[in-house]
Design a protein around this ligand. Structure first.
Ligand SMILES: [Cu+2]
Length: 279
């Protein structure tokens, strides 16, 4: 069956409309703080750091797209205009000062335009502001323990809850933090290297035995935010999610009071019993 030009055009238009609808639908149904089906973008940001990461990602994507199209255009010109058939007598031109200066200077300027925001972002991530509270996250095989040294020194385990939604991300005891407060997260590993990562906050930091790493986030939104251990750490690596509930100051204060009582009776497992607790 042969299609006329009009039919092809209509069919293409149909595909485009369907594609746009799919993308728009996917974005509309995406819930903050967790992955969405068919998601191809970064998760929606909830911190200044993630805003910056998202912007930097778009900036780099735009830059490499322009460079790639430019190189492609040059290649096409060379192939079409200067092949042996179209151009049987090649020019013997060699040097051209203007072009040589341009192709040295322009890439340098592009690299500077990438390096400056890159270093600013690195500084924003690594220069930890004065923290409102500190949480120590210990990676264990295969779950996390959270300690609140500033809020009554309690510590508890956070294990994946098989019956909870979102699937593979829901946990029994969530990490709870106040909104718009600088939270310093210190990470360490009790057994092997784990990695504490929450995409919506733009944080990912290794949890290494015998070492204390630190990072920070200040969530500007309340709600549930999910992450996962991001270092291959053993057979249940895929089943040690990170669930952070961001709440108001009052809700946080109330949670601290209940948590102090609840986890005094049922504290985090020690390293020796860590394996048993995960079963
Ligand atoms: Cu792990």
């Amino acid at each position: 069956m042969k299609m006329s030009k009009g039919q092809i055009g209509r069919r293409l238009l149909g595909f485009m409309v369907a594609g746009v609808a799919l993308v728009a639908g996917g974005v509309a149904s995406a819930e903050m703080g967790q992955p969405a089906p068919w998601e191809y973008k970064l998760q929606e940001s909830a911190t200044e750091v993630m805003d910056y990461i998202t912007w930097f990602h778009s900036w780099l994507l735009g830059t490499i797209t322009v460079i790639t199209l430019f190189v492609l255009a040059l290649l096409i010109i060379v192939v079409v205009k200067f092949n042996a058939k179209a151009n049987p007598v090649p020019s013997r031109t060699t040097h051209n000062t203007l072009i040589e200066v341009a192709w040295t200077l322009i890439p340098v300027l592009i690299l500077v335009a990438i390096a400056v925001p890159s270093f600013r972002l690195l500084f924003l991530e690594l220069d930890i502001p004065k923290a409102d509270l500190t949480i120590k996250a210990t990676g264990k095989q295969w779950y996390w323990s959270y300690a609140y040294p500033d809020n009554g020194k309690f510590e508890f385990d956070s294990l994946m809850a098989a019956d909870k939604q979102p699937r593979l991300l829901g946990v029994d005891n969530e990490m709870v933090v106040p909104v718009n407060k600088v939270v310093r997260v210190q990470t360490t590993g009790a057994d092997v290297i784990h990695s504490f990562a929450v995409p919506a906050f733009g944080i990912k930091i290794d949890a290494i035995p015998g070492r204390l790493n630190e990072t920070w986030f200040k969530s500007t939104k309340t709600g549930m935010f999910y992450g996962q251990c991001s270092e291959l750490c053993g057979k249940d690596h895929a089943f040690m999610p990170i669930a952070v509930r961001v709440v108001s100051d009052q809700e946080f204060a109330a949670w601290v009071e209940t948590a102090k009582k609840k986890f005094a009776a049922n504290p985090a497992s020690s390293f020796a019993s860590a394996g048993a607790a995960a079963q």
